[in-house]
Ligand binder design. Structure first.
Ligand SMILES: N[C@@H](CCC(=O)N[C@@H](CS)C(=O)NCC(=O)O)C(=O)O
Length: 202
């Protein structure tokens, strides 16, 4: 059985846990990282001191988006478009998500992990605006097709799908994003998203 290692209030762990739920893949998840700390045995598997890591029949893998691709190839090929051009177009958003995470880091850490009196309001504002500008790019893309994966939901929607919940939930100014907002609403209709992504941010 698949084991997912990592605390669930991590964006990168949510991606993997959501996909497992999306495809009803039997698995266990073990809390580690953050307040749970790390064990030597875990650091043997993943010396980066990062989560998530999976173990599947003795096969160990880290890097959340690599895990999504592995799980889809092995267990849910219907979540990978057949057309190489459509697949590449979706893949791009999976890589782009890490830039979005960088842009949003100060806003997320400031508002979610920092006590109010210690917050750097200017840094939070700059970060939120940078995230909003990037979301405008995603909004434009979603004028062409309903999902980042193409005509159907697929794994390319998962990385930014996880971050969309944070972006639309944080108390920050947001530009008008009609298509991204409608995509977020479509994600919210998925039980796995509601159960594993739409949890408290802290
Ligand atoms: N590129 C890595 C990034 C992993 C990452 O940054 N994980 C964060 C949590 S989202 C982490 O491990 N932080 C340390 C901790 O939780 O103790 C991936 O996608 O798996």
């Amino acid at each position: 059985m698949l084991t997912i290692w990592g605390r669930l209030n991590s964006h990168n762990v949510k991606k993997v846990a959501w996909l497992a739920r999306e495809i009803d893949l039997p698995h266990q998840r073990i809390d580690i990282g953050g307040a749970f700390g790390f064990t030597d045995a875990y650091l043997e598997m993943n010396p980066n001191r990062m989560i998530p890591t999976i173990e599947d029949d003795g096969f160990v893998l880290w890097e959340s988006n690599a895990i999504l691709r592995y799980m889809a190839h092995r267990y849910a090929p219907h979540l990978l478009p057949d057309d190489p051009l459509v697949r590449a177009a979706g893949d791009k958003w999976m890589d782009w998500q890490f830039h979005f995470a960088d842009a949003m880091r100060a806003a997320f850490l400031g508002l979610v992990r920092e006590a109010e009196e210690n917050r750097d309001a200017a840094a939070i504002d700059r970060s939120a605006r940078a995230g909003g500008d990037m979301m405008r790019i995603l909004d434009r893309e979603l004028a062409q097709r309903p999902w980042l994966s193409g005509e159907d939901f697929g794994i390319a929607d998962i990385p930014m799908g996880v971050y969309a919940h944070t972006f639309f939930t944080l108390d920050i100014p947001r530009p008008d994003l009609p298509r991204a907002g409608a995509w977020y609403d479509r994600l919210k209709a998925r039980p796995g998203y509601r159960e594993l992504v739409m949890i408290a941010l802290s």
